[in-house]
Design a protein around this ligand. Structure first.
Ligand SMILES: [Zn+2]
Length: 341
């Protein structure tokens, strides 16, 4: 292939996109919420497809048991507990240097969401938290921003485009008024997850993202639900509910509200603690302070502390993951004792 042939030639000769569509894609700005199995795969697809700007948002680090389904990460990174956003960005910069890759190590909550998504054209949902997803649904309704819902569990998956506009249904229109985000839901920790199911959700979201960014009229209206083990693949029409609490009655349960300071983390024996206000920590000072109480090591992004009993991973903005704890009260107490923000 000669040098003056575009690297996106296969997309440009595809009738659905063309050169004009590719031009729009290259100016597109997308935020991906969490570098999960779905998020990492979408980031890979969109970076290769030449989306102009990708914001990779994730507050977690890589673990060995995630490599079964997370395509961008290595054993070395799992051993080092590298932040997922950082590792994904490093890999994708090597894949496509034309794309601006912006890794953001952050939790997504009502205090951070505006900053995270207001400068993008489209948001990809790849979170495993229903609370974060419902917050995103409300934030995108408020900001009139399109987003693509995507979730997977065991061998099944679901995805839906949520477009702005008075006549467009939101995710809450599909879930209904009765849906309780705090209720006992099965999680990937209790029922497992197949990498193939996550790949399908990611592939469908990636295709829809290219359609939305290139202003295609082929954007899918229906919700997709499938199960690769039970052998079904269905399209489900979602109607706008005039009485929907979010897009009908314009009431928000999460957006603009003060969120919880703690959260248990899916599939991990850990609790995350968020400080009351964002700070910029000086790890050197913290390392000095904690050195008398246990072992400390730190990198540019995280500080690890252990006293043989308690393990803490502290991030620059004061957020911490307290390991081997499932009780949120206990996690808060550990945080207050050792970090004290
Ligand atoms: Zn709605």
């Amino acid at each position: 292939m000669s040098n003056n042939v575009s690297r996106y030639v296969r997309q440009e000769i595809f009738a659905g996109i063309g050169k004009e569509g590719q031009g729009k894609i290259s100016k597109g700005r997308v935020a991906i919420i969490e570098m999960s199995s779905i998020g990492a795969a979408v980031a890979n697809n969109l970076a290769r497809a030449g989306v102009g700007y990708l914001k990779l948002i994730d507050g977690d680090y890589i673990e060995m048991a995630e490599l079964q389904r997370q395509t961008l990460f290595t054993e070395e990174e799992a051993k080092n507990e590298t932040p997922r956003a950082v590792a994904a960005a490093q890999y994708l910069r090597g894949v496509n240097s034309e794309v601006v890759i912006d890794p953001v190590i952050s939790d997504v909550n009502s205090g951070t969401i505006d900053n995270l998504i207001e400068d993008v054209d489209l948001v990809i949902d790849a979170t495993d938290s229903m609370e974060v997803r419902l917050l995103l649904n409300e934030a995108c309704h408020h900001l009139k921003k399109p987003w693509i819902y995507g979730g997977t569990l065991a061998s099944s998956g679901m995805t839906m485009n949520v477009m702005p506009g008075d006549d467009e249904p939101c995710l809450r229109c599909f879930l209904g008024d009765e849906y309780d985000a705090g209720g006992e839901q099965p999680t990937c920790a209790t029922v497992g997850i197949l990498n193939s199911a996550a790949s399908i959700v990611a592939a469908l979201q990636s295709a829809e993202a290219l359609k939305i960014l290139s202003d295609s009229d082929a954007v899918r209206k229906d919700l997709v639900t499938f199960d690769v083990w039970e052998n079904y693949f269905d399209l489900v029409p979602v109607d706008k509910d005039p009485d929907c609490p979010v897009c009908g009655r314009q009431g928000y349960a999460f957006y603009g509200k003060v969120g919880s300071q703690t959260a248990t983390m899916c599939g991990k024996d850990s609790v995350q603690v968020i400080p009351k206000k964002e700070v910029e920590l000086d790890f050197e000072k913290y390392a000095e302070k904690l050195a008398s109480q246990g072992t400390v090591k730190y990198t540019k992004y995280t500080l690890d502390f252990s006293d043989g009993n308690i393990d803490i991973k502290l991030f620059k903005n004061g957020r911490a993951i307290i390991k081997h704890v499932s009780d949120e009260k206990r996690a808060k107490a550990v945080y207050a004792e050792y970090i004290g923000l």
